[in-house]
Design a protein around this ligand. Structure first.
Ligand code: AQP
Length: 325
């Protein structure tokens, strides 16, 4: 069974990325799996080439520091030719209406015509990423549920029109309340994102203990005093309880019963988080200081990716009616 997932180098990885994705990839992954840095997806909005390159290297080190098997790590653009080809095949399978219905597109485009066309079409590229590797399972946070559904629809439609070609993947989403959707500390109705305009609501994976403490202390709660898990009416407090549960173990609802006020909850959340992130930060610092090791991981990842992708692409080309090579 092949699991596949990705992280976009659009900013410093956040606690949301770690709790919702990276730690699961590290815990459940094997060397057969594929975890890649989606540098092509990072180009769907205004980007700086120099920064893109450095963040791609940085995130590669973050994946390995998070405990993910280096043999399963690669960079999306290692397969830029194969992906370009399969992306076209899948665009010829997808409708405009399907792409335009994607919530992330609506949220990020806000109806502006000046957005890059790739913002509309990148879920199709994401489908190409997944299908090219014959992935069976795709562990992601809840925010990617709709994109995964699109991938499944495209694979099923292609298979039924042109013959069995693609593995139809399944999304694996952590159960609600266990880190599937970590919210912004300042605007708890919004998910925590690495490209947020303000860093105050976001815990970065490289934040120091002092910064983590300060951000958690200032996290928005509500005007009540009761510590209770209720994401609808108490999103700020519930988010803190989810972070605590995901960092130190336990169930957010049950954990709430141990607290009489928000201050003691915040102190425990900060302490648990600092301990959870400490080993990741230490391993990251070691890797960041060893560029040769990162380059070695990159080279091996690219070779492995190419060998798998060539076979799937040939199957798709032939099925859709292109002349075999
Ligand atoms: N807040 C979150 N809670 C739980 N999981 C999350 N993920 C992202 N944010 C949260 C999961 O992290 C993995 C990698 O995400 P991504 O880089 O592919 O893109 P994203 O979902 O768009 O993440 P960001 O941080 O919000 O990035 P930007 O700001 O660039 O849009 C995915 O599995 C995702 O579900």
């Amino acid at each position: 069974m092949i699991r596949l997932s990705a992280i976009t180098p659009s900013g410093q990885p956040t606690l949301g990325n770690y709790l919702g994705a990276l730690r699961t990839w590290a815990r459940e992954g094997t060397h057969e799996d594929v975890y890649f840095i989606s540098d092509l997806h990072a180009m769907t909005s205004s980007h700086n080439p120099q920064r893109l390159r450095s963040m791609t290297r940085e995130q590669l080190a973050v994946l390995v520091a998070s405990g993910i098997d280096p043999a399963s790590v690669c960079v999306q653009s290692d397969l830029i030719r194969e992906l370009g080809a399969l992306n076209w095949v899948l665009e010829c399978t997808c409708t405009y209406g399907e792409a335009a219905r994607m919530i992330q597109f609506k949220e990020k485009s806000l109806g502006r015509e000046s957005v890059r066309l790739s913002l509309l079409t990148y879920p199709v590229l994401m489908a190409a990423d997944i299908l090219l590797y014959d992935a069976d399972r795709v562990p992601v946070g809840d925010d990617q549920r709709q994109h995964l559904e699109l991938t499944r629809n495209l694979a099923q439609r292609f298979n039924s029109r042109f013959g069995e070609t693609f593995v139809v993947p399944e999304a694996v989403i952590p159960p609600p309340g266990r880190g599937d959707r970590i919210m912004d500390l300042q605007e708890p109705q919004k998910k925590m994102s690495k490209s947020s305009a303000s860093q105050q609501g976001t815990i970065g994976l490289f934040d120091s203990p002092a910064i983590i403490e300060r951000k958690i202390k200032r996290a928005v709660t509500d005007t009540e005093t009761e510590v209770r898990y209720d994401p609808k009416t108490k999103p700020g407090v519930s988010n803190l309880l989810e972070i605590l549960a995901a960092s130190a173990g336990g169930d957010p609802r049950a954990l709430a019963e141990g607290y009489a006020n928000y201050g003691s909850l915040k102190a425990d959340v900060a302490a648990a988080l600092i301990e959870k992130l400490r080993p990741v930060q230490e391993r990251y610092r070691e890797l960041a200081g060893d560029p040769a090791a990162t380059a070695g991981i990159l080279g091996k990842g690219a070779a492995k990716a190419e060998s798998v992708a060539a076979v799937t692409l040939e199957r798709a080309r032939t099925a859709i009616g292109l002349l075999p090579r």
